[in-house]
Write a protein that binds this ligand. Structure first.
Ligand code: ADP
Ligand code: ZN
Length: 439
């Protein structure tokens, strides 16, 4: 079979040339960031590092890390490296305690992001004759915008469906003969189940490829989705801080995701000590963006735990590969594709007059995440009549929805009824682990 790439000159670049390209870009990017971003300049000064100390990738370890806390502190514009007037877009994702991560893009940044997504589509076998149904969420979330842009670049017919309204998804899928489906794996599984319930067989649709990511999923889920939809399913990885989906993508070999190394340098570190680990060891993934103009993060700690591999790939791409995230080194949960931090839930409880005595219970039933929060009520509320308690649950649910973007089920429970172990309550019960999902 003929190998196809979207940008072969980069995707198959010999490793020595790739390293040279990264060296040049890094030197330029560090200088730009130092000159334009006071926040990072201060971090470098504190560490005693000057732009001249960075002569190439081998010096990368000298630079300070950026963490999610830094993004919060610098919110909203403190990490901008280009004038706001040169930016053409923002995207955003939930961050800790109410402050969201806001990422800025110049037109150049949008272009490179969309190129990365187009690379993913081509690596999965997509081409300009495909009909690409994008049912990742549109709006602030990066999923919709990223794959939409990639599909356009490739020249596929793009269906900007956004998520939800499964009836309409299926109608368009059938009537317009979609061949590529882009969404979260749990939504793909849900669409697959719905088609089955409606009596459709896999061969009744024209789908042939799925591009699924933004949340953890298993090989077992992959097989189920592939069987129900009659497609080949590919993984895609990314995060808003770096642009969105498309930072890494699977090729036909499906043994890890190729990281777009002409744009992003990946390191794996020991999350406790910050020490850089040799390729092949398990640790926290850290990224440096080499080309971005508006929001160029250097040594950004993703909190995703994974393993890198330089093993040669039969697809011909030279880019390093990463495993699926094998877990997180913080307490972030991904529920229905949305990032949720316990600290956000605590903030809502405190604002609403509750003590932070709560327990989050997450599970996956019929391919959809369930999300329940048990909250201990105040002593005086305990004797309240049931209708008042129901109303209080509803009010709290509304406040949670505003903060998190998704609706939990709230259960007000008796004071002191949430079990404490060694005095400390177990905050998160993630039953999705029983399905082998790396949460
Ligand atoms: P996204 O739009 O990709 O969800 P966010 O910035 O909201 O971007 O969330 C990024 C996080 O989502 C990543 O740090 C990672 O934990 C998770 N994630 C993204 N893609 C995948 C994937 N393919 N498999 C597992 N987790 C993923
Ligand atoms: Zn490959």
């Amino acid at each position: 079979m003929e190998k196809r790439y979207f940008q072969p000159e980069y995707e198959t670049m010999p490793l020595d040339e790739l390293k040279k390209l990264q060296d040049e870009k890094l030197v330029r990017q560090v200088k730009r960031v130092y000159e334009n971003v006071k926040y990072y300049r201060d971090l470098m000064d504190k560490k005693g590092v000057k732009p001249e100390d960075i002569k190439g990738v081998d010096d990368l370890h000298k630079l300070p890390f950026l963490k999610k806390d830094d993004l919060r502190e610098a919110y909203p514009c403190g990490l901008l490296a280009a004038p706001k007037t040169e930016c053409v877009r923002i995207q955003s994702t939930s961050g800790t305690t109410g402050k969201r991560v806001v990422a800025f893009y110049t037109q150049h940044d949008v272009d490179l992001w969309e190129d990365c997504c187009a690379r993913a589509l081509v690596a999965a076998g997509g081409n300009e004759d495909d009909v690409c149904q994008v049912c990742y969420g549109y709006g602030l979330f990066t999923g919709g915008a990223g794959l939409h842009g990639g599909s356009h670049k490739l020249g596929s017919l793009t269906l900007p469906m956004s998520s939800g309204n499964t009836e309409r998804q299926i109608q368009f899928m059938m009537d317009l003969e979609s061949t590529i489906l882009c969404c979260t794996p749990s939504y793909a599984a849900y669409i697959g189940e719905t088609l089955k319930e409606k009596g459709y067989k896999p061969e009744d649709n024209k789908l042939r490829i799925g591009i699924f990511g933004a949340e953890p999923w298993t090989e077992e889920m992959r097989r189920d989705i592939e069987n129900n939809l009659g497609i080949k399913a590919y993984d895609i990885y990314g995060l808003t801080e770096l642009s969105g989906p498309g930072v890494a993508f699977e090729c036909e070999e499906q043994r890890g995701m190729h990281i777009n190394e002409d744009h992003f340098i990946a390191e794996v570190i020991n999350p406790e000590t910050g020490e850089v680990l040799p390729v092949g060891e398990k640790g926290e993934l850290v990224f440096t963006s080499l080309d971005k103009e508006a929001f160029p993060l250097l040594r950004y700690r993703t909190r995703d735990i994974c393993i890198l591999s330089r093993e040669k790939c039969s697809c011909g791409r030279t880019f390093i590969r990463m495993t699926k995230p094998l877990g997180r080194s913080d307490d972030m949960m991904i529920i229905r594709g949305v990032n949720v931090f316990p600290s956000q839930i605590e903030a809502v409880l405190l604002n609403s007059g509750y003590a932070p005595n709560y327990q989050i219970i997450v599970d996956r039933v019929n391919n959809t995440d369930t999300f329940d929060i048990n909250v201990e009520m105040k002593e005086d509320d305990f004797s309240d009549i049931p209708i008042n308690i129901t109303n209080k649950e509803k009010a709290l649910q509304g406040a949670m929805k505003t903060m998190l973007g998704i609706n939990p089920k709230i259960h007000l429970v008796a004071p002191k009824s949430i079990e404490r172990s060694e005095g400390k309550a177990v905050r998160i019960v993630d039953k999705r682990k029983r399905l082998g999902i790396n949460v």
